[in-house]
Write a protein that binds this ligand. Structure first.
Ligand code: C3B
Length: 818
């Protein structure tokens, strides 16, 4: 860890203000008097880029000239969030910006608010990629983030009058976007379709049918106080202007531009399925598009102007991390480039390829491991299918030398047998790379023991763990300036921002009541802020003197928003029926945030239910001041930055063995929330570090879940056994939350009572009983805050800087530029 203090500003306030004036004049074409906050936002962003430019050049030059291997992080998603404040912080210009903007007569907050968040990811996986590139730059490691510049990001979520989710296009570039630099002169050609021919010398040549121009859009990634600026290169698909004149001459203009339209469609939209990918041709096109462009780009960068580069050195120049299965088509692509374009033998190409790639798996859900029909790959990428088949054949031969277990060998096939063979991308990734990692200890163990068991039996050395992390710059310093100031006061230094384990130094302060009270005051002020924000943005009336209890994440059955909503309904019924006397009720504000995949029926119905529970509860005078429920729509990075610092209690209640890691859990702990959670994903490690007594654990373990599946799980039994659960479910079916209509939630209720695949009902009673512990503690504010502070003090491990250090030592074997 670096443990560096805040960077020195490269610019004075006066220079910053002059820079803004200049950009307003030449880039925006307005005078400071005419300018709007949006103009000043663009101008300020350009000023920041201006001051980062030299460091960006130098980082690239040092990378190319030096001998430090770079990292290429290949990811279909980068959920980067707003850029301006983050860049200002990392480059040391926050104060200069605030003062300069004020001197021009603007409020810094208005200027920052004018930025629109790039929504280029679905959830955890995309946000992790964004944290990782921040940490790579902050540690001074040369790196590229490689991905896709989607025209439409994850949909904008709205709710209709019935509380149903409505998806609206997220055209995030509706206004000027000053961060992405479109570099037409570094574009790459990406080919598709066609056929493979054998040349006279026996070598293969792919004769593609159509191509797309991949144009890079470059984002600077400034490290925090490292003086380094890396690149996030997102590819945008453009057509080559190969206009079909013959068709046009037949006066068929629309058909003549069809290929252009098809080409540009490739980067048009981010698929909104979070972990249940749909095997659509366009998605495979997207994957190949960005991976092929990135591989060629890396060759261009590291072997500039060389016709016959020595690509046996490629793995010493850069290693590619495959962020889930989405970029795995890069393995046959690099093989193809090496063999067909540069003339290497299969064995040399395989050696280079396997030394270049590593694979991170982010899931335990079998349906989230992508599988592509061989036929589809063959149509789009015929040469790649040949290569994949050859990899499969060689791999099976290798397996035969390692085991006699035929069934096992068959289970491990990369290409399945039968009439409709499939290519298993996860298996291809394990075979074609050096390392495979899970994203939390429990997850990595389950990967080895269950999901990829045959592979770990035979290739145990490849498997490792790197527990996820989050960047403290965005998620503590920017999101929670008050807590940041208090931490700095407590530790007597701000070095914790680049060495988060220093938070441990706060532990003794948990014994100091005065410090704990200051900590409590920070939380309270954040809650007031959030209440104001929620009023302004959503029209909600939150009472900051209640407990803020938050559950934010994608809507998924395994994450069990159903458990939360059923417990909430049960509590509502308790208050209404008088089973809980008014004095016994601890006032709570429950806040949900979640998007559902548009085609995910039960998830969408759960959203509708939450909205209607909120409607009923918030309008019921019997529970007023005791219980309220809010569901701000369109949960995104911006909302996360406002909500997480204001949360008292967060929910991490997935069924044990289903959440690979979770990263929201880390953000909450670092911002001084207490967690109620199961032994799942990184919860396990968080609890270990913060102490069992500072974590509200409930629910079945992985082993208990497995056992119950084996015995035969019958949810109806739990419904009958717990009258509160029965009452809650009955209220959902009897129309309480659907204006008397008994059909609205029938499919959801039927699923709970007959399937309940993620055992919500089985964990209901345990989840409700832990609530009394939670409330008892909350009634002792000093004790609650002491424990919350211990969460902060002991969560330094969950910095993405630490994750990156682990990748460096366990997987990438490289380090900072010297
Ligand atoms: C997510 C997992 O669901 C989370 O448990 C994990 O913390 C993050 O990835 C980051 O590792 N995930 C996702 O957002 N999208 C997928 N397709 C697969 C996993």
């Amino acid at each position: 860890m670096t443990g560096i203090t805040a960077p020195k500003s490269p610019v004075t306030t006066a220079e910053f203000a002059d820079g803004i004036r200049e950009q307003l004049k030449y880039a925006q074409g307005v005078t400071p008097e005419q300018a709007t906050p949006a103009d000043v936002y663009v101008a300020s962003s350009l000023v920041v880029r201006h001051y980062l430019q030299d460091a960006w050049f130098k980082t690239q030059q040092d990378m190319i000239n030096g001998s430090t291997k770079a990292v290429g992080y290949l990811s279909a998603e980068f959920l980067i969030g707003k850029q301006l404040r983050n860049a200002l912080l990392n480059a040391g210009m926050l104060d200069q910006f605030d003062e300069a903007v004020e001197s021009l007569g603007f409020k810094p907050q208005d200027v920052v608010d004018a930025e629109y968040e790039p929504a280029l990811g679905n959830g955890g996986l995309g946000r992790l990629a964004a944290c990782f590139i921040d940490s790579l730059a902050s540690l001074g490691v040369p790196a590229f983030g490689y991905g896709i510049q989607y025209k439409y990001g994850i949909f904008k979520q709205e709710f209709d009058k019935d509380g149903k989710q409505v998806e609206k296009p997220e055209y995030w570039q509706a206004n000027e976007e000053p961060w992405g630099h479109v570099d037409y002169n570094r574009s790459q050609r990406v080919n598709f379709g066609g056929k493979v021919v054998t040349r006279p010398d026996g070598s293969k040549e792919w004769q593609p049918e159509w191509s797309v121009r991949a144009v890079p859009v470059d984002y600077m990634v400034p490290g925090y106080a490292s003086g380094r600026v890396n690149t996030l290169r997102l590819w945008s698909a453009r057509s080559y202007d190969e206009f079909d004149l013959a068709t046009f001459n037949k006066s068929d203009y629309l058909n003549a531009v069809k290929p252009q339209v098809a080409a540009e469609n490739i980067s048009k939209i981010l698929y909104p399925e979070d972990s249940t990918p749909q095997g659509k041709a366009l998605r495979l096109e997207q994957q190949y598009f960005f991976v092929a462009a990135s591989i060629h780009d890396a060759i261009r960068v590291f072997y500039p102007g060389q016709d016959k580069p020595d690509l046996t050195t490629f793995p010493d120049k850069i290693c590619f991390q495959l962020n889930d299965t989405h970029p795995v088509i890069g393995i046959p692509e690099l093989m193809r480039v090496l063999i067909d374009e540069y003339g290497y033998t299969w064995d040399v190409a395989w050696d280079i390829t396997t030394r270049t790639f590593n694979y991170t798996c982010h899931t335990l859900l079998p349906e989230a491991l992508e599988v592509w029909p061989a036929e589809l790959i063959g149509e789009l990428l015929p040469r790649h299918l040949e290569i994949i088949k050859a990899i499969n054949t060689n791999f099976l031969a290798e397996l035969a030398t390692k085991t006699r277990d035929k069934a096992k060998i068959n289970r491990m096939r990369i290409v399945t047998e039968g009439d409709n063979p499939q290519v298993r991308m996860a298996f291809l990734a394990v075979a074609g790379g050096s390392h495979v990692n899970g994203v939390a200890e429990l997850h990595s163990e389950l990967l080895k023991d269950v999901t990829l068991r045959d592979f770990s039996d035979l290739y145990g050395d490849k498997f490792t763990n790197v527990t996820n992390g989050v960047t403290p710059r965005r998620f503590i310093r920017l999101a929670n300036p008050r807590l940041s100031a208090l931490i700095t006061e407590g530790l007597g230094t701000d070095k914790w921002l680049s060495d988060l384990e220093l938070l441990k130094g706060l532990e003794p302060l948990a014994k100091d009541d005065e410090f704990v009270k200051k900590f409590a005051a920070v939380k309270q002020a954040n809650k007031v802020d959030f209440a104001n924000y929620a009023k302004r943005e959503y029209g909600f009336e939150l009472d900051p003197n209640t407990m803020f209890n938050t559950m934010v994440k994608r809507l998924h059955e395994y994450k069990r928003q159903s458990l939360k909503i059923l417990a909430l309904i049960a509590r509502y019924a308790d208050i209404k029926s008088g089973r809980l006397s008014a004095d016994d009720v601890l006032p709570r504000t429950v806040i949900f945030g979640a998007k559902s995949a548009p085609g995910y029926y039960l998830a969408k119905m759960t959203i509708q239910l939450i909205n209607n529970v909120a409607r009923v509860v918030n309008n019921d005078p019997d529970v007023k001041g005791k219980l309220s429920v809010y569901f701000p729509w369109n949960y995104n990075v911006r909302l996360a930055q406002h909500l997480i610092p204001a949360t008292d209690l967060d929910e991490q209640i997935s069924q044990a063995g289903k959440e690979a890691s979770g990263t929201g859990n880390m953000k909450f702990a670092l911002n001084g929330a207490m967690t109620v959670g199961t032994l799942d994903g990184a919860n396990v490690e968080i609890r270990e570090r913060v102490g069992a007594e500072n974590f509200f654990l409930f629910g079945m373990t992985v082993d208990e879940v497995d056992k119950l599946y084996e015995e035969g799980y019958s949810p109806a039994k739990y419904y009958e056994a717990d009258p509160r659960l029965k009452a809650a479910i009955d209220m959902v079916s009897d129309g309480t939350f659907s204006n008397g209509d008994r059909n609205t939630y029938a499919p959801l209720v039927a699923d709970w009572l007959t399937k309940d695949w993620f055992m919500t009902l089985a964990d209901f009673t345990a989840y409700c009983s832990i609530q009394s512990d939670i409330e008892a503690l909350y009634r002792e504010p000093l004790e609650w805050n002491r424990k919350a502070l211990l969460n902060v003090a002991n969560s330094g491990y969950f910095s993405s800087d630490r994750s990156i250090e682990d990748y460096l030592t366990r997987i990438w074997h490289t380090g900072p530029l010297v």
